[in-house]
Write a protein that binds this ligand. Structure first.
Ligand code: GLU
Ligand code: ZN
Length: 305
């Protein structure tokens, strides 16, 4: 039985959202925004909110940053449901999904190196040179695994942004789902974990908007339902650098002022911090009044602090 909420989103199931930081540094303002938007949206719809540490790419993991992220979230006043999930503990389920794609002939081993491709003049999307490779003749593990993508137009309606359309074969090409260095790709691991956690709604940064159709295609091949997506604008500094862990964004202090600033960035009508006696007050107000329709429909937005 479908339920409808005040924003007229059909919910086939109980709302389950998540925040999935990569532990490559401490929590910065950009990730606070993704955490806040996903949390407020979930709680506003009486949903569950889970936290998953995306630590699949061990080379990028900064030791201890998961603990920093979690303690900062806690200090900010976030309250998550269930235990913290770690991608590094889910290798078996990724392998299972990969096996299924392989059995269904939806992926293939690719031995091309970037250098080889460049020499051959292929600098754009991967031209599918290895599509005919036979698994049986692969003697070594020195290959990546690519997904055979479709030439059909696919699209989705974002709850915040414009409608997105892509033809994967023209716009993306056969993309890697298992890397040559033996790591499952983000696209595959995210899709598998969101499915296992029963995620119905994904609220995340605009930098991931281009991953969405790839993920939707994987969901279709694996027989998973597709969640409902919303992409919030990226916070950029006046120097127009994306506020990310990579650009060494300033780590945040979780005081009321920062929370209010984040809520304002997200277009929520919260005027002055003195309205709130404490963080608890702030969260109650934000969750009650949260309106995703007032989040700016922009790819990025300036933040001053
Ligand atoms: N771990 C990803 C990141 O930090 C986010 C994954 C997602 O929200 O889908 O960029
Ligand atoms: Zn190849």
């Amino acid at each position: 039985m479908k339920k409808t909420n005040s924003q007229h989103i059909p919910y086939q199931e109980h709302y389950r959202g998540r925040f999935a930081p990569s532990p490559s540094g401490e929590l910065h303002f950009g990730s606070l925004l993704a955490a806040m938007a996903s949390y407020a949206d979930a709680r506003h719809h009486q949903g569950d909110w889970l936290v998953r540490i995306d630590d699949i790419d061990s080379a990028r993991v900064v030791a201890g940053s998961d603990k920093h992220i979690l303690s900062t979230l806690e200090a900010c006043g976030f309250q998550w449901d269930e235990g913290i999930d770690y991608q590094s503990q889910h290798i078996e389920r990724y392998q299972h999904a990969l096996d299924l794609l392989q059995q269904n002939h939806q992926c293939y081993p690719c031995t091309c190196s970037r250098k080889q491709l460049k020499i051959q003049g292929y600098t754009g999307i991967y031209p599918g040179l290895c599509r005919a490779n036979d698994w049986a003749t692969m003697k070594h593990n020195n290959y990546a695994i690519r997904l055979k993508v479709s030439n059909k137009q696919m699209g989705f309606t974002d709850r915040i942004q414009q409608e997105h359309q892509q033809i994967l074969s023209q716009d993306v090409g056969d993309f890697i789902i298992y890397r040559r260095d033996q790591v499952f790709s983000y696209q595959l691991s995210m899709v598998v974990d969101d499915f296992y956690s029963g995620i119905t709604h994904v609220v995340r940064g605009y930098d991931l908007v281009d991953s969405t159709i790839k993920q939707m295609y994987l969901q279709q091949l694996l027989g998973y339902p597709t969640p409902i997506y919303a992409h919030i604008p990226l916070a950029i500094s006046p120097q127009a650098l994306k506020l990310s862990k990579l650009s060494q964004a300033k780590k945040i202090t979780c005081d009321l002022k920062t929370l209010v600033q984040a809520a304002q960035f997200l277009g929520q009508k919260i005027l002055i911090d003195t309205d709130f006696e404490n963080k608890n007050d702030f969260w109650q107000y934000l969750i009650r009044h949260w309106d995703i329709n007032t989040v700016p429909r922009m790819e990025k937005q300036m933040v001053l602090y």
